[in-house]
Design a protein around this ligand. Structure first.
Ligand code: ADP
Length: 152
């Protein structure tokens, strides 16, 4: 059976920290679907189509990596994809507290889906989409934290 993992997130925008998680997870899974969770009532800095295109460009040469947007529950999207794994990255204790609850709840709701956590490589710990957005909004240089394909 093909090991399919869903890597869900907002990716507003995708950072080199996200890319590091996907690259490392490629050793573990046959297919990784980067799922852009879309909630029409939530505002983002970058439009969905733009975020999706960047991810497509970054992984253009990686047939194992796909990108799709979705609305609703992550576990429902897993069922549609036939994905038995949810992939998430952990940077620190606050990520852990937040992720633990969601992973345990997802397991109760859908026992066939396992959440797999990859510990962030130390170089990427301080990088988050929200810090990158703050830099961009305030005229700072976010390029060191962004894949070269992320141009705006
Ligand atoms: P969400 O809105 O669901 O938190 P994000 O796009 O911010 O979506 O993050 C998606 C996933 O990527 C989360 O599991 C998050 O912990 C992980 N992640 C974000 N930044 C990094 C990083 N620098 N290193 C490792 N994992 C990261």
């Amino acid at each position: 059976m093909k090991r399919i993992a869903l890597f869900p997130g907002t990716f507003d925008p995708i950072t080199i920290g996200h890319v590091n998680i996907v690259e490392r997870a490629m050793q573990l899974f046959d297919e990784i679907v980067i799922g852009i969770g879309h909630n029409s009532s939530k505002t983002t800095l970058f439009p969905l189509a733009q975020r999706e295109q960047w991810i497509r460009d970054i992984f253009a040469s990686q047939p194992k990596v796909k990108v799709q947007s979705y609305e609703g529950l992550t576990v429902t999207f897993c069922a549609q994809l036939n994905a038995h794994y949810i992939l998430r990255g952990l940077r620190n204790m606050s990520d852990f507290d937040y992720e633990k609850n969601i992973a345990q709840m997802n397991k109760l709701v859908t026992p066939t889906v396992e959440t797999v956590f990859l510990m962030c490589d130390p170089a990427y710990t301080p990088i988050s989409s929200s810090v990158v957005r703050d830099l961009i909004r305030n005229g700072g240089d976010a390029t060191p934290f962004l894949p070269k394909e992320v141009i705006f």
